[in-house]
Each structure stands twice: as C-alpha cells, then as structure tokens.
Ligand binder design. Structure first.
Ligand code: OSB
Ligand code: MG
Length: 383
C-alpha cells in the first residue's frame, strides 16, 4: 500500500445547543480532518483506500494550547514531511508505524495534530487487513457504556430538564460541568431530585488549592469522581487535594502523555484517569496509558472533545479495550449534531450502550457530501 495524497480539511459544524464549560461557551465545533489516500499497488489491483483521522482542537486555546490553526500548521509543515520521509521505504510502500511515531516525538507537544495522523493511518491499516478499528486497537468489548457531559446551563431548571432527558435516553452516567458559583448549590439540587443517579463533575481546572473545603463538602454527594478540579498542568496540588477528600479525583487535562500518567499515579494525584486519545497524541499512547492503568488497577474511561463521527468512532474503538471500566463521554451523534458527517450516526441503545462497529475501518460510513458541506478550508498535499 502506497500513500498518495494527504488531504487537510478544516470543518465547522453547528452544535444543536451551545456547550459551556468553566473556560467558555461554544456554538460550533471546529476541527481538522486528516484524510489519507493510498494508490493501488499494481495496475489492475483494486482501488486504493481512504483513511480518516480527526484533530478535535477547537477554535480556541482554552481546553488545551492547540487550536485548529496550530494543528493545520504543524500537520502541514512538520508531520506531513515526516510521513513521506519516515513512513515509506524506498519504493514508497508504507512501513513501520513505530518508526514514524518516534520521529514525531522530536516535535514537542501538538498531540492532537499527531493523533490525527495516527488515526488516519490506523483506519487505512484496518481497511487493508479487513479488521474493525476495535480489533486493530486491541479492543475486546462488543458494546460500550454511554455517559453524557452536560454543560453549564442558563438555569438550574433547564439543567434538570437536560438530566431528565439524558436518563430517559439511557445514559448510564451524568457528568455536569462546574465552576465557582455553579457547584455546591447545583449539585445539592440535583441530588435532591435524583438521589441515586451515577453523577460526576468536571471543573476543567477552575479552582485552586485554597478551595479544598469546597471539595470536602462535595464528599457528601456520592459523586463518582471530581474531574480536573485544579490547574490544567498540575499534579502536585491534585495529590495534596486527593489526600484531603474521599471522592476520587479523575485527571483529564493534566494527563498529556504516558509519562504524565506514570507520574500522576506515582504521586497519587488521582484515582481515575480520563483517556482522550487525541489529547495524549493518538491511539498508541492511549493504549499505553490504558495498559499501565489496567496493571495498576486504576479505572479509566474515554473522554471526548465534541468529535464529529470520525473522531467519535475512533474513540469508540479505543473504549472497547478491557480496562475502560467506567461509562465514557461518548454520546450519540445527535447529542451534538443535527447532521453528523457519518451515516448512520452514532446512536445509543435503550439500555445505554453503544455498539462497537465490526466493519473494517470507517471509510464506508463517511458522508462525503456532508464533509464538503461543513468544510471551510481544504488543501491537497501530494505525498
Ligand atoms: O473536559 O471533558 C472535557 C468537551 C470539550 C472540551 C473538554 C471537555 C468536554 C466534555 C464533553 O466534557 C465531552 C464530549 O461529550 O465529547
Ligand atoms: Mg474534562
């Protein structure tokens, strides 16, 4: 299999409802797609394959330092040249993924840009081998439990309505976003109406160590976990906070790599890890963190970044690995998009599970018309 073209696309999809976290509100999802084309090996062979990856970086450097623009820049100027130089042998055949990934490590940071390339290559590999993405990544589960992440809302009444709908739909865990002023009272109110639902909170780094009493107070509300209460790049303060409170801390933003995960576990900064393949640099790094946590009996779950169907299907495949023990932030496409760029969209069964696709790769499910419709910038690079 020979790589022939890399297609970069910047997409902008309207969200069904705005999504608000402690760092801001968005009305659209901006994202970069990496689309890799291969050409047939010999004249007369069947057509080449098309592999899809997504860097769900968003338009703003608020969740992470990456944005769609930085992804585009790094993909075009640094990762694509490595793909042509390091990944193909002298005949232009695709070669060793590990060599390519270790050549990526010279570029510091930019995990989402790197992840998009590895996702697209993995999709190609799955199609060439006739494997599902789940099988390629080492997944074992046929279905995965769906959770939902609910943003900061215009009112408590509105949030209660959202929770009610989510429960009716079958979601197995409700996560709400918190920030100073939208925390204790909100949670108390939720618990008075829904005393027994599986509930967690995510602060996206909105608090400091000085707020420890607030988190101690939260111990009363039977939360499954408190996600990223303190700074996005902190491990030490989280370790000190975890010592003071009973509710498990789950780290999201702080876990940018396998190395960060090892350090967080050594420091006891958290008892649960949210693995987002895009945040840690791709499926291989995600799997390494998964393997470490499985061995150390640390439960993990797969987080999301409002991905389109492309990133969503890769996340589903990763979440089918055996160590993903808790409901994931992987919801139905319709929770975010009127029209996803895959058909059929991702859906949640009445029992709150999502089926792990068994067909090879994702290409057949991508709706090219819709990809085109939501593209605001594209570039074709010959490899
Ligand atoms: O912190 O988990 C987060 C969305 C955007 C940025 C950060 C986060 C989130 C979510 C939603 O919580 C996850 C999803 O449903 O895709
Ligand atoms: Mg989070």
């Amino acid at each position: 299999m020979k790589l022939s073209i890399l297609e970069l696309r910047h997409l902008k999809l309207p969200l069904v409802n705005f999504f608000e976290t402690s760092f801001g509100r968005v009305y659209d999802h901006e994202t970069v797609l990496v689309i890799l084309h291969t050409r047939p090996d010999r004249v007369g062979d069947r057509e080449g394959f098309i592999g899809y990856g997504e860097a769900p970086a968003s338009a703003f450097p608020y969740y992470s330092s990456e944005t769609v623009e930085t992804c585009w820049y790094i993909l075009k100027n640094f990762l694509t040249p490595l793909l042509t130089r390091k990944f193909t042998d002298s005949q232009g055949q695709m070669d060793n993924l590990n060599i390519l990934l270790s050549s990526f490590s010279r570029i510091r940071g930019h995990q989402m840009a790197k992840a998009a390339v590895e996702f697209a290559l993995s999709d190609l590999q799955a199609q060439a081998k006739g494997y599902s993405l789940s099988h390629l990544y080492g997944g074992t589960k046929k279905t995965i439990p769906a959770g939902i992440s609910l943003g900061i809302d215009i009112s408590l009444t509105q949030l209660m309505r959202q929770i009610n709908t989510a429960i009716q739909t079958g979601y197995q865990r409700i996560k709400i976003k918190i920030k100073p002023g939208w925390d204790i009272i909100t949670i108390k109110e939720i618990r008075s109406v829904f005393p027994d639902i599986a509930l967690s909170v995510d602060a996206n780094g909105a608090y400091t160590s000085d707020d420890w009493k607030l988190f101690k107070e939260l111990d009363k509300y039977k939360l499954l976990m408190i996600e990223q209460p303190l700074a996005y790049n902190d491990l030490m303060d989280h370790a000190a906070l975890q010592k003071k409170i009973k509710t498990p801390i789950c780290l999201d933003e702080s876990i940018t790599s396998f190395h960060a995960a090892e350090q967080a576990l050594a420091l006891k900064s958290c008892r649960i890890i949210n693995i987002k393949p895009a945040r840690v640099g791709g499926p291989s790094e995600a799997k390494k963190i998964h393997d470490l946590c499985l061995q150390k009996k640390i439960p993990v779950w797969c987080g999301g970044l409002l991905e389109t169907g492309i990133g969503r299907l890769h996340n589903i495949a990763i979440a089918s690995l055996p160590g993903f023990k808790l409901p994931n932030d992987i919801s139905a496409s319709e929770r975010y998009y009127q029209e996803d760029i895959i058909t059929p969209p991702v859906s949640v069964e009445k029992n709150g599970f999502i089926k792990v696709p068994e067909e090879p790769g994702l290409a057949k499910r991508v709706d090219l018309g819709r990809v085109e419709k939501y593209t605001i910038k594209k570039e074709i690079i010959m490899l």
